[in-house]
Write a protein of this length. Sequence first.
Length: 185
Amino acid sequence: TLEKRFYDGAKAQMEYRDVLSEARQGIALSDEEQKRLDDIISPLLLKGQSLHHICLNHKAELMVSERTLYTYMDANLFSARNIDMPRKVRMHPRRKRPDTVKVDPRCREGRTLEDFKVFMDENPDTPLVELDSAEGTKGRAVMLTITFVTDGLQLAVRREHNDSQSVTDLFRRLYLELGPNTFPL
């Protein structure tokens, strides 16, 4: 009897990716190879030589890159440790820069401080209202402050997320609760 099977492309792709990922995990180094590298590297490191110097002078014997040796050192595969490398101990790990979001410069057209000053000179009777977000811990709730400068009044409203949609929802809610007569557009 023949079995029926259904092909699911998404599932097959996920399984393929898992196989690729598993094949690249861990350190592909046999015990004999590890011992051979340790016998070359550890005595020289303990004598004060740098890993870079060892790689230059023993390139033919090592047959791995300098970067790979640093990875092996970080994984504690050798009898010499990172503490045996004076410069490695002094160096701090590099900080990962946060991903920056590029803003389209056209969105700032007509919204600069100079544009604001020109507008206020042309319309001096316009009531001034400032909005700001007071943020504590990143990713947590934030406060939206609404400051009525001419009246000396400041309101603060708690928002769960610091995004434009929460501000839009807040003003929509205020408009519906206060009504169009109190809050004209």
